[in-house]
Design a binder for this molecule. Structure first.
Ligand code: CNA
Length: 281
């Protein structure tokens, strides 16, 4: 689609037109949000692959055979220590949600959020107030933990204690005694059932907002394709990703997420409310 192709659903491919569509829509607005590591970098959580600041670049001290081994299930089985060293840093509680996380909460508060699909494992959406039933953690998270052998659930308090005491937790069933791990999807593991159960939801969306992701990890990267052609898709990201921009109703906001959501909230007349909500987190 040429830049000049007129949109079908929006009045124009601008943030103001998106705001008008959200506010004046004749249909109830069902918004699907899709997010990645870029919405948490301003909270201080590094992404994985940036050459100097990324987590992988800082794993030398763990003596791994290769950086990704820290998230490899067969490596973990033999040596869980590097993962648990990292988990002490990443475990929820150290970081504050960003205003972008609060924006997703605001959509929920306004009854507009159909579903949030996140690739992040940091639980910051929950901490910002988005309820569990609205979140699909496509790559899992620290929210739950279980035995990697018998899959038995493991209590959160015990995991918190293990993290604090720097020990590696084992299955409570002594006949199993398997290793326990947060339900983060490792290389070599299936995505959670919730992802497959919900992945057709974008077809029901009136609006899709994609933020802070390079859309390079499958099958997540396919989600934006599932929404109908006339459904506006808004990308708030430092760079253009996926096929965003190729449809008549795609709106590109190529900037950092926090200023992008502030702009969108302002156009909706919600900026003060958003800042207030964020201040409470
Ligand atoms: P990615 O591949 O690192 O892409 C991030 C995208 O966000 C890139 O396009 C960046 O240009 C963009 N970006 C970075 N910072 C900003 C910002 N402040 N404003 C706007 N855009 C920005 O990350 P993806 O999530 O796409 O990759 C998927 C992996 C990374 C998933 O498996 C995640 O679990 C994993 N990951 C998660 C976290 C976390 O939970 N916070 C941290 C690091 C990696």
């Amino acid at each position: 689609v040429d830049e000049n192709t007129p949109p079908e659903t929006l009045e124009s491919r601008t943030v103001e037109a998106v705001a008008k569509y959200i506010k004046d829509g004749v249909r109830p607005q069902r918004i699907v949000v899709m997010t990645g590591a870029g919405i948490s970098t301003s909270a201080g959580i590094p992404d994985f692959r940036s050459p100097d600041t990324g987590l992988y670049a800082n794993l030398a001290r763990l003596n791994l055979p290769y950086a990704e081994a820290v998230f490899d299930i067969s490596y973990f089985r033999n040596n869980p220590l590097p993962f648990y060293t990292l988990a002490q840093e990443l475990y929820p509680g150290h970081y504050r949600p960003t205003i972008t996380h609060s924006f997703i909460h605001l959509l929920h508060k306004k009854g507009l959020l159909l579903k949030l699909f996140t690739q992040n494992i940091d639980c910051l959406e929950r901490e910002a107030g988005v309820p569990d039933e609205k979140i699909v953690e496509a790559h899992g998270s620290f929210a739950r933990q279980s035995c990697i052998e018998c899959k038995g659930a493991y209590p959160r308090e015990l995991m918190e204690r293990a993290i604090k005491e720097k020990t590696v937790p084992h299955c409570l069933d002594e006949s199993c005694n398997g290793l326990v791990k947060p339900e983060i999807v490792f290389f070599g593991e299936q995505l959670p059932e919730a992802f497959f159960k919900n992945k057709s939801l974008p077809t029901e969306a009136d609006l899709v907002i994609i933020m802070g992701t390079s859309l390079s990890v499958q099958p997540f990267a396919s989600l934006p394709h599932f929404c109908r052609d006339a459904t506006p898709r808004v990308l708030i990201n430092s760079e253009q990703v996926g096929d965003l921009g190729s449809r008549a109703d795609d709106v590109l906001m190529l900037q950092d997420c926090d200023s992008g959501v502030r702009k969108l909230a302002e156009a909706c007349g919600w900026l003060e409310e958003l800042e207030g909500l964020w201040a409470e987190t």
